[in-house]
Design a protein around this ligand. Sequence first.
Ligand SMILES: Nc1ncnc2c1ncn2[C@@H]1O[C@H](COP(=O)(O)OP(=O)(O)OP(=O)(O)O)[C@@H](O)[C@H]1O
Ligand SMILES: [Mg+2]
Length: 373
Amino acid sequence: MNEKKIIELKNVAKSYDGEMILDHISLDVHEKEFVTFLGPSGCGKTTTLRIIAGFVTPDTGDVVFDGTRINDIPAYKRHVNTVFQKYALFPHLNVYENIAFALRLNKVSEEEIFERVEEMLAMVNLRGFEKRDVNLLSGGQQQRVAIARALINKPKVLLLDEPLGALDLKLRKDMQNELKNIQRKTGITFIYVTHDQEEALSMSDTVVVMADGKIQQIGTPTDIYNEPQNAFVADFIGESNIIDGIMLDDYKVRFSGHEFECLDKGFDKNERVDVVVRPEDVDVTKPGQGMLDGVVTSVTFKGVHYEIIVNINNFKWMIQSTDYVEPNQNIGIYIEPDAIHIMKRSEYSGKFGDYSSFSDELEKLSDASEEEE
Ligand SMILES: Nc1ncnc2c1ncn2[C@@H]1O[C@H](COP(=O)(O)OP(=O)(O)OP(=O)(O)O)[C@@H](O)[C@H]1O
Ligand SMILES: [Mg+2]
């Protein structure tokens, strides 16, 4: 990214009632960038946005805007607007007046207001809605008004806190595309919050994965998916088998009792590592013809592929394959070197990446339904 930095968080920390909510996070956001904070509920996404907007003051650390420290600049003086999940439109004003609101405060001329509101209405696909009562609009339309209202005074940065969270799936997808287009057209920096990984991967230039008040990884969607930095990221983004391994040497890792070739290097000899293998990267073979053998414990049809749970040495792997296999069948699995990704161990090691609970749950469910019969 060549663009210059527009927002920098430097070692920002925030506690509430003695509990560390943001644990010294640092982050650069560049001009024209679409950055997404992605993480589970309670990890500190909204708090981070509020610190950037100026609604929350960090305990320590600096918030820098366009090269200047702005910790002490009040929210209304920052060149930043926010769009919330709840649209918070003015109920007594029509669509036109809702969008015009900030310009009227700034005593902009009637002519210019008209021009800019019309431009915004076109941008969010609401031409002809000027006189409508905002209370009678659909959720998607209300959110478009909220976006137009936030963009009308041309903020340098737009903060969006789960803006599509209240919309149904189909409308969400449409709005995702529209938001992305609006961001490209206006060149405004977007900082977007979601806990939906698919939304984050499909919209962003840069994804910031957060958990437990810390930044776990910052990268492009492809980096985050292909090169997760630890077991948390590997588990949170997509499906992952995460296995204990030992790095025997550069390009050589041992796990599940077998020695595998891989593309990773630079670890200590015999260093314990976390090994990630994505379900779509595992090939099914006849027993004895792959690298590992196991027993199929469940098969679920997913449309594009089957989702197969296989017990290999008491570790339950998830495999996605277009080939059908039977429950209880013995199979082999084959893994190419480039399908193996090695990670440093972390506080998240051993916590994720085994699909036991997944298939136990299914077994319990099917036991329960058998009992009912
Ligand atoms: N004003 C406050 N006083 C006390 N605790 C707070 C306050 N604001 C946030 N918290 C706590 O800080 C933590 C992080 O909250 P935050 O709203 O940033 O999470 P989030 O990542 O946005 O979660 P969600 O996805 O549920 O919106 C939570 O445990 C929350 O309860
Ligand atoms: Mg939140």
